[in-house]
Design a protein around this ligand. Structure first.
Ligand code: ADP
Ligand code: TRP
Length: 324
């Protein structure tokens, strides 16, 4: 099956991104033909500082590569190195009803959070549809928040196929990532780059420890029994501890006599251990941004070759024909 997914370079990747998306992306490489890209065109919709776009794009690439993205197997590139996708966006825009985009909740949410209601933000799902359709993707692994965008993609693909006859685009299925419940941040809200509450995958060990010690907990005294099900520290332990160890923590919480500080210290050790094997590779990549850039460029060449026939078919379908 052909699998496609994108991730925005809107900040440093954190353990919420890892358990909520990256880990599944990396695992799918074993069985599928995977296409993964860094969605820098999409990131522009929130008007980031220009230096941030380039910096975070490379950092996201380094994180994926360090954690095991295999560029021999998987096609991995930077969205903006493939301008075909913006051309297809236009062709798709012309069959996309306004009402379809007006229904999208992510636009409304982002504007409610204070982002500028620009046209790019509104048209974001059409660009996403072009990303997906240009590769004739079968499966699009995404978090639950992106499900509506996949439905919009299917709708646009059907409209295009019906309008122009024939089967220019394959209708993709989504593949909602079997979600580890939402990973909480150190303040107890969803861990998110936009809340400043993240633990980054590759942040320095000292800083991992100090952030974990700051995780918000309730004020149950040490002696008293505690409820693991409502505890942010326990929610994170669930991701990193073995089932046996987790069962022990569960008991200790419920028995009382354990302070949150103790659980936090163990959590910090587990988090650091978990990503340790990848740190050296990450550091090597960090020291060689030129090589990472070159890998992305090569990936873009492969991606463009795969996308070219679909773009040509779409151009022909609407009457533009091949480019002269
Ligand atoms: P952020 O909220 O940090 O900006 P994105 O919206 O860019 O993260 O999400 C990228 C991917 O990571 C998405 O597939 C999303 O579902 C997943 N993800 C982000 N935050 C979390 C979280 N706290 N828990 C689980 N998955 C998450
Ligand atoms: N919108 C996705 C997100 O914010 C990123 C993305 C862009 C994407 N294009 C895509 C995901 C195509 C899957 C397929 O997480």
């Amino acid at each position: 099956m052909r699998v496609l997914s994108g991730i925005q370079p809107s900040g440093r990747l954190h353990i919420g991104n890892y358990f909520g998306a990256m880990r599944q992306h990396l695992r799918m490489q074993a069985e599928h033909e995977c296409f993964y890209f860094i969605a820098d065109y999409h990131a522009l919709t929130s008007n980031p500082a220009p230096q941030a776009v380039a910096e975070y794009t490379l950092a996201v690439a380094m994180d994926y590569l360090a954690l095991g993205l295999d560029i021999e197997k998987t096609v991995f590139w930077r969205q903006s190195d493939m301008p075909e996708v913006t051309e297809l966006t236009w062709l798709l825009s012309c069959v996309t009803p306004m009402g379809l985009l007006q229904k999208c909740v992510s636009y409304k949410d982002k504007v409610a959070q204070g982002l500028s209601p620009n046209h790019g933000l509104f048209a974001y799902p059409v660009l996403q549809a072009a990303d997906i359709l240009i590769f004739q993707s079968d499966l699009v692994p995404v978090g639950a928040d992106q499900k509506q965008h996949i439905e919009v993609t299917r709708d646009i693909a059907l409209r295009f196929n019906n309008t122009y006859g024939g089967e220019v685009f394959k209708i993709p299925a989504d593949h909602i990532i079997e979600s580890v419940a939402v990973v909480p941040g150190i303040d107890g809200r969803k861990m998110s780059k936009s809340y400043g509450n993240t633990i980054e995958i590759f942040e320095p060990e000292k800083s991992v420890r100090s952030k974990i010690m700051k995780i918000v907990t309730d004020s149950t005294p040490v002696e008293a029994p505690k409820n693991p099900d409502t505890c942010n520290v326990f929610a994170l332990l669930k991701l990193f501890a073995t089932p046996e160890e987790l069962a022990q923590w569960d008991q200790r919480y419920r028995a009382g006599g354990m302070g949150y500080g103790e659980a936090k210290k163990r959590l910090a050790e587990l988090v650091i251990e978990h990503f340790k094997p990848y740190r050296q590779k990450r550091a090597e990549l960090e020291n060689n941004p030129g090589a990472v850039d070159a890998m992305l460029k090569k990936g873009a060449e492969r991606a463009r070759a795969v996308a070219a026939p679909t773009l040509l078919a779409a151009r022909q379908a609407v009457g533009l024909g091949a480019r002269r």
